[in-house]
Ligand binder design. Structure first.
Ligand SMILES: [Zn+2]
Length: 233
């Protein structure tokens, strides 16, 4: 889905880029900003607020970057790649208004003049973007907005359970002593620490939030059983 008035689209490209390359989200945002001739992401958002938009050629470039993020097509006999590396797009309509639903690491739903972004971590509230303040923008209608949110949330729940289904059981259900297994590396612990906000959480809390930080929503890569960085402080 390409909506040229939607900054969420750029953010989503950056997020997918960050996850597939295992770099920090803010670094990926800067990659996207650089590709669009801005010094960094903050400069891009300031320009965006003032009405700057990428040129058609730059959007094409973004399409290319978004394709690069997707891994090469798998050939016969290769192990199956995780489904979420390939965004799944479906079309639908609510009360006669068309929308596109794109599901990958997160759920991005968009229609004429609006979009809704629901992240993998339940701790993150859905983000609604309105980029056309005309009376006929359906997202301004409460009943429509609730229906759209319900569809996006249901897609996010589906995404979460599909991801969790690929994890070891100890990642979704800690043992009797509270030990849980990190879903991306073989680390077993009762307590988990976030590299970003230094918060400490139980395995049950981590499992409930898809191994994203319950406090700051950092991704599972930044969650550790042992706060190794504290020794360096
Ligand atoms: Zn955190």
């Amino acid at each position: 889905m390409t909506n040229h008035e939607d900054i969420h689209y750029l953010k989503t490209i950056a997020k997918r880029y960050a996850r597939t390359r295992r770099i920090a989200h803010f670094e990926a945002l800067d990659v996207v900003a650089n590709e669009l001739d801005h010094q960094h992401w903050r400069a891009l958002t300031v320009a965006w607020e003032k009405g700057w938009r990428p040129s058609p050629a730059q959007w094409e470039n973004m399409e290319r970057l978004s394709q690069e993020v997707a891994p090469p097509k798998k050939s016969e006999g290769e192990p199956k790649l995780p489904f979420f590396l390939f965004p799944e797009e479906t079309q639908g309509s609510i009360d006669g208004h068309d929308y596109t639903l794109s599901v990958a690491f997160e759920v991005l739903m968009g229609g004429d003049g609006w979009s809704i972004l629901v992240e993998q971590a339940p701790s993150e509230a859905p983000q609604i973007a309105i980029y056309r303040r005309a009376k006929d923008n359906p997202i301004l209608d409460l009943a429509f907005r609730e229906k759209a949110l319900a569809i996006a949330q249901a897609a996010a729940e589906g995404l979460r359970s599909r991801i969790a289904a690929d994890w070891p059981r100890r990642s979704t259900k800690p043992d009797a002593e509270g030990h849980a297994l990190h879903p991306l590396r073989s680390e077993l612990s009762k307590e988990w620490h976030c590299l970003h906000c230094n918060g400490a959480f139980s395995g049950a809390q981590m499992a409930a939030n898809m191994w994203h930080c319950p406090e700051c929503s950092a991704t599972p890569i930044d969650i550790f059983g042992h706060p190794f960085w504290e020794a360096a402080l």
